[in-house]
Design a protein around this ligand. Structure first.
Ligand code: NAP
Length: 291
């Protein structure tokens, strides 16, 4: 069997078209475009690609975009004050903090200062908590990208399916596991300790839905993949100048029914999801303001 590719680029293009139209409608109704502010502390080459993509996507979709740059030596207090100013600014609808932050700043603490209504990356504990109750309007972008890829598979029912998530980070693995549970998938989360006990292969072999978000090239051997499994590879690794995921793609694709390529799978969807969150945040703020 040769797996069908889950084309994140095409899905993202479709989604962005819908977002663009919705933004036009919101502009006509409320008289202003959604505004996204990205806060960056210091320079970081790793963030540049993402920042460029944010700006380009914002331009294409009719979003007002501003990059607020703080000095690399900025204190935590200065960053909190900046966030507070943006929280209070009625013309700003979405706030995101560029990672990584310099050592003097505690990223986990900072996420608590963004007002949940403007938290377009869903890093605030309140937005994370809403996922537990199945009420979240704003979802972590990478986790929701994985769900979007699953939703794109015609006729797929997650109800009762064996889903395995490898990686338990706060931005990907943990929220994703909750989103899968919400759809009644029988969800197992594997992490470093699973690997250390030598049990990763056993869990992966049972997965009808396998989602891997670790950041280790070749961690998941192709022959571990269950025949007919759906494989979503979130990992991004640079090997000999090429981008690859965490799953051995060539070997896995002959066993899987669907698989995401890297690049071109999850990646292109994440910015689209960010913009979807911004639109959601705008709508919530517009309705509150009206009331
Ligand atoms: P992270 O915070 O470093 O988390 C990695 C997770 O993998 C941790 O839960 C870690 O467990 C676990 N892990 C490490 N070694 C393992 C092993 N041998 N077996 C099983 N689990 C293991 O990374 P992240 O932010 O979630 O990102 C994961 C990957 O996805 C990275 O390659 C990143 O570049 C990529 N990513 C892609 C996108 C996209 O848009 N495509 C977005 C975000 C991230 P411990 O914490 O217990 O060590």
């Amino acid at each position: 069997m040769a797996a069908k590719l889950l084309d994140g680029k095409a899905l993202a293009a479709n989604l962005k078209e819908k977002i663009k139209n919705e933004i036009q409608g919101l502009k006509a109704r409320y008289g202003a475009a959604p505004k996204l502010v990205s806060v960056q502390v210091g320079e970081n080459p790793a963030s540049e690609v993402y920042l460029k993509s944010q700006r380009k996507n914002a331009e294409n979709l009719g979003v007002e975009y501003h990059l607020e740059k703080l000095d690399a030596a900025a204190t935590q207090e200065v960053l909190i004050k900046t966030i507070d100013k943006l929280n209070k600014d009625k013309n700003v609808h979405g706030i995101m903090i560029q990672m990584p932050l310099p050592k003097q700043i505690d990223a986990k603490l900072i996420s608590r200062y963004i007002t949940p209504l403007k938290d377009v990356e869903a890093v605030h504990p309140q937005n994370m908590g809403e996922i537990v109750f199945g009420n979240a309007k704003i979802l972590p972008c990478t986790a929701s990208s994985c769900m979007e890829l699953l939703n794109s598979i015609d006729g797929l029912k997650l109800y009762g399916k064996e889903a395995v998530v490898v990686g338990h980070s706060e931005i990907v693995g943990k929220p994703l596991a909750l989103l899968l549970l919400d759809k009644f998938a029988t969800t197992t989360v594997c992490h470093i300790a699973t690997g250390e006990r030598g049990r990763l292969q056993e869990f992966v072999k049972n997965a009808e839905i396998l989602i891997v978000a670790v950041g280790k090239a070749g961690l998941i051997k192709g022959e571990w993949v269950k025949e007919g499994a759906i494989v979503i590879d979130v990992g991004i690794n640079r090997v000999e100048g090429k981008l690859v995921g965490d799953v051995e793609f060539d070997k896995a694709k002959v066993r899987a029914s669907y698989i995401t390529p890297v690049p071109g799978g999850v990646g292109p969807l994440t910015v689209a999801m960010l913009m979807k969150n911004l639109v959601e945040a705008y709508k919530i703020q517009a309705s509150l303001f009206k009331a």
